[in-house]
Write a protein that binds this ligand. Structure first.
Ligand code: HPA
Length: 248
């Protein structure tokens, strides 16, 4: 039974230190996940890996089948999810390359299938989402970063936008006024779907660029990819430390 899953974001379609043991195709009542689920060993510990945008990175943020992904992980017996996600940095601490463990979310997405609780209900369900991330898992990430000597921001508000376009500078000004420290396109509904299935979900965000209007130049995919390539090495190091803590 594999209890920890890692959802990879942009820049993390494969997890270098993972020793792959097998791949598993899971069909769900909500359609197909982003790809087969990869089972493997990270530092000798069983984990499941799923790249959110598919192994070929072809599924844009608004087309990800978030329900199928989360349902498939739940079906496999996963109890904890670490969601790796590229973000644009809004607040000063979120410079490109920096890692953050957000503690709050504001959802600006629209039109996404965002709940499991809509059909065949015996009663209407409203999940408590006051604290959208699992605090125990956030503590594990914070401790793991400390042990690995990784400089990370230990809190922050994640603003989830619809994409796939990047934001306007005025939209980022508005997100900043709302209190967002970072902006990304995949944080919702992933986090709430995990909550609905009672999975302990946490996000490890990596700043790929300054958000619109915050840097000196146009945001390019080259810049994003370059910063993520660096950041993912740190994330891999962090995850190796996380599994030691979780199994220690
Ligand atoms: N905005 C939204 N999502 C992102 C960004 C951004 O600037 N960078 C990486 N993901």
């Amino acid at each position: 039974m594999c209890r920890l899953a890692i959802i990879g974001g942009t820049g993390l379609t494969r997890l270098a230190p993972l020793k792959i043991t097998r791949r598993e195709v899971v069909h769900t009542p909500y359609g197909e996940p982003s790809g087969p689920l990869t089972h493997g060993l990270l530092n000798g510990v069983e984990v499941v890996f799923l790249p959110r945008h598919g192994y070929a990175h072809r599924i844009p943020p608004h087309m990800v089948n978030y329900r199928a992904n989360i349902w498939a992980l739940h079906y496999l017996g996963v109890e904890r999810i670490i969601a790796v996600a590229a973000v644009g940095g809004i607040s000063k601490g979120m410079f490109p390359g920096r890692i953050a463990f957000p503690d709050q979310i504001i959802d600006y997405t629209w039109g996404r299938a965002h709940t499991f609780f809509e059909k065949d209900l015996t009663e209407v369900r409203h999940v408590d989402f006051s604290q959208p991330y699992c605090e125990d898992m956030r503590r594990v990430l914070i401790n793991a970063a400390g042990r690995a000597g990784i400089d990370a921001m230990n809190h922050g508000v994640y603003g989830a936008t619809q994409g796939p376009r990047l934001e306007t500078a005025a939209e980022i000004d508005r997100l900043e006024r709302d209190g967002c420290d970072m902006v990304g396109m995949t944080g919702m509904p992933e986090a709430v779907l995990a909550r609905e299935l009672e999975l302990n979900y946490v996000t490890c965000a990596i700043s790929a660029n300054w958000a619109a209007g915050r840097g000196d130049a146009e945001i390019t995919m080259d810049e994003i990819q370059h910063n993520l390539a660096q950041g993912m090495k740190t994330v891999a190091q962090l995850l190796e430390e996380v599994v030691i803590l979780l199994n220690g």
